[in-house]
Ligand binder design. Structure first.
Ligand code: PMP
Length: 439
């Protein structure tokens, strides 16, 4: 069923006059999938309602934060309670201590955290801290890993080989990108080579704990440990970006899952970055790690970092309540089970139509690539048939299921994705698979 979208279309037209491309974050513009972006006016549980009054099952979850579903009553109450006490003080406050304690209690290698307002700020600050701590300039990132729109991290590799990178966007200078070395993800030999050549100039390696921004591409067995071994051997720091995976794939994020499943014979990362779930839908993020590194931050140390709204009392109330609910309600088991139901249903719908696909998971977080081979890095991810994803996306949208408008994203599940909701998603799959097969 095609939805009536006149009101969303009119809002988009107004938006295009006053906001570049009509959106405040590019992927929302539906450029990759076509059609009218839906202007959402309210959301409850697993449902989004748009300006035309259409309802959609949400598989975006605000790109990760809404792990409890939308407008979860306990979170709404915590936000209201915090808001009536004041929006922002610019002084230390109770909620930020409680949220920091919760994070430190969950992620064993994290002794201290500094709260910020976005994932971008978290990774930017962690890199500055790593450079300040080591006195070195170069950083290593992996192709296809996204860490926010930090200048030095908007850089792309040339070919498959590790190269000194060129800026990936106008506005980032050659100088800002020239200290960034890009390596293919899961390429242990490439990383070895980079360290053999530049080991004593490298401040840090930053990696998504388990990448989700090129679709879900988990580390191959041992890759996380290789990063750890090489960074330690060369006196560089390891930064694990858990903005997406943190408090989503387990109570202690990818760290908790991998520590349990594979172990960390080489030890954990030095620094971690968090965002999304820990803010419960409000702007709250964090970076943290070993106390001796974190104490290099002002005011205890010389590395400057600050924020007017950092540790905001309304955001910390939302985040803390969300985190508490995830363990109280065993949300991680719920989401794992939901993913276990959805994955085979997607696979069989696509198989029935002969649509090549690969489903990859980071514990409960998964994505579907429209390609027939395993995806271990960004080059593999880009072999997928994005036209097929667009057809699939639009058929799902017509059926009232709002997926991420990009083929390179995880499908975000929440506690509000009940069996009834999953059944509705599953019943939309055959037509979407057919649409994918037709292009
Ligand atoms: N790191 C990762 C792994 C992310 O997924 C994101 C956001 N998608 C960011 C950093 C940036 O976070 P934000 O959009 O809050 O700046």
């Amino acid at each position: 069923m095609k939805h009536e979208t006149a009101k969303s279309a009119a809002l988009f037209e107004r938006a295009e006059h006053v906001i570049p491309g009509g959106v405040n974050s590019p992927v929302r513009a539906f450029k990759a999938v076509g059609g009218t972006p839906r202007f959402i006016t309210s959301a409850t549980g697993a449902w989004l309602r748009d300006a035309d009054g259409n309802d959609y099952i949400d598989l975006i979850g605000s790109w990760g934060p809404m792990i409890m579903g939308h407008s979860r009553p306990e979170v709404v109450a915590a936000v209201q309670e915090a808001a009536v006490k004041g929006f922002s003080f610019g002084t230390p406050s109770t909620g930020e201590v409680e949220l920091a304690e919760e994070i430190v209690a969950r992620v064993e290698p994290v002794d201290q955290v500094r709260l910020v307002s976005s994932g971008t700020e978290a990774t930017m600050s962690a890199i500055r801290l790593a450079r300040g701590y080591t006195g070195r300039a170069k950083i290593v990132k992996f192709a296809g890993c996204y860490h926010g729109h930090v200048d030095a991290l908007l850089a792309q590799a040339g070919s498959g080989l590790a190269t000194f990178s060129l800026p990936d966007t106008p506005g980032v200078t050659g100088a800002q990108a020239s200290d960034t070395i890009v390596v293919d993800y899961n390429d242990a030999a490439g990383l070895e080579t980079v360290f053999a050549e530049h080991g004593d100039e490298i401040a840090c390696v930053i990696t998504e704990a388990s990448p989700g921004n090129m679709g879900v591409v988990p580390p191959r067995d041992g890759f996380t440990n290789t990063i750890r071994r090489l960074t330690r051997a060369h006196g560089a720091l390891m930064i694990s970006d858990e903005v997406m995976t943190g408090f989503r794939v387990s109570a202690a994020g990818w760290y908790g899952y991998e520590a349990e499943s594979l172990g960390y014979p080489e030890g954990p990362a030095d620094l971690f970055t968090f965002g999304k779930v820990m803010g419960g839908g409000f702007p709250a993020a964090a970076f943290g790690g070993r106390a001796d590194v974190m104490e290099h931050l002002a005011p205890t140390g010389p590395v400057y970092q600050a924020g007017t709204l950092s540790g905001n009392p309304v955001a910390t109330a939302a985040g803390l309540t969300t985190l508490k609910l995830t363990t109280e309600l065993d949300v991680y088991s719920h989401i794992s089970r939901a993913a276990d139901i959805l994955r085979p249903a997607v696979a069989s719908a696509l198989e029935a139509e002969g649509v090549a696909h690969t489903i990859q998971s980071a514990n409960s977080m998964f994505s579907v690539f429209f390609t027939d081979h395993e995806v271990i890095n960004y080059d593999d991810a880009r072999t997928q048939n994005v036209e097929r994803y667009s057809a699939f996306f639009n058929a799902m949208l017509d059926a009232g299921i709002h997926m991420p408008p990009s083929a390179f994203e995880a499908w975000f599940l929440s506690y509000a994705h009940t069996d009834e909701i999953l059944d509705r998603i599953i019943s939309a799959l055959p037509a979407a698979a057919k649409a994918a097969a037709s292009v």
